[in-house]
Design a protein around this ligand. Sequence first.
Ligand SMILES: [Zn+2]
Length: 353
Amino acid sequence: MNEPDIGHMKAEAYREFEAGNFKRAAEVLIAVESRIGSYDALSNDIAVAHFKKGDFEAAIGKFQEASELQALASKLIIDNLIEVMKDSREVSMQPERLPEEEVARQLSRTFCPLCGSADKGFQALPEFYRKHAAEHGFKHFGRGEMTAHETYTCMECGASDRERLYAYWVSSVLCRQELSRKAKVMHFAPEPGFSRWMESIGFTDYQTADFAMGGVDHQVDLMSLPFSTNSVDFFVCSHVLEHVIDDRKAIAELFRILRPGCISLLMVPIISGLDEIDEDPEESRESERWRRFGQGDHLRLYNRESFVSRVRGAGFEVSLLDVSYFGAATYQSLGLKKESVLYVVKKPEMSNV
Ligand SMILES: [Zn+2]
């Protein structure tokens, strides 16, 4: 038996890793995996080795696999725990409310898909925002579906929680070939970090557009876009519609320019527990906009149901991708609030626009 045992193989892999031979480290770890099967930490290590040797797609695939394995492990632990607690007498205390996220937190490393840093952690939203909201009497502060106050920005690159989710999801649709790097991409109101990342991952036709921002490829009014019908393969329009006077018109324009059969990312700030959209495009007093809509240049505040119905009203199909889609461990790694939802729209194949 001259075959090296698993312990020796792992030790070799980590020596190679230390020495900066990431390609070799990945090969050895993959050999370990082929002999003993996958588990979360091994997949994670392979992902890091792939990442270090510059194979981003393979890395994302492996990170996703690691997250899924972690989620399975946490679920197994939770299920066992619930089972054990059911049998015990002291446990009439709502076993269904066990903090699954806490278990996932113990298992997860933090990961930022924009800068690729693992285990660097995230920074809380500056206290300034809370004070400002309180001063203006904005009563929905902290009830946003997405903004994770405790883990808002990446310690390494400053990317926000939603940018991390966008990059993670874009990586995964590229890996699954549901989106091509040859797609004509239009990024409205481009977030600087996410925009740099989009440029860096190799889209061959990536363009930016905005109403007021300098340095973009197209100066546009979202309610009347200067692009041909069915001419864009993928757009990102995040946190723009709440600034636009007539958002239905803007959504109709986004629908018009997208090629049938294509998906895109359409996000707005959504307040949990709000019954309907609160809006007043006529309101010009900045302090009043702060009080009602939480920002001096916002014209409305969305709730989920009405936002989705406006988007469907334009003809889009809408998918709400949440923690049950991405997995609790992935949300933990990315530092996302468990309520976070990604809104993916699709223009149906048979569209008469
Ligand atoms: Zn980062």
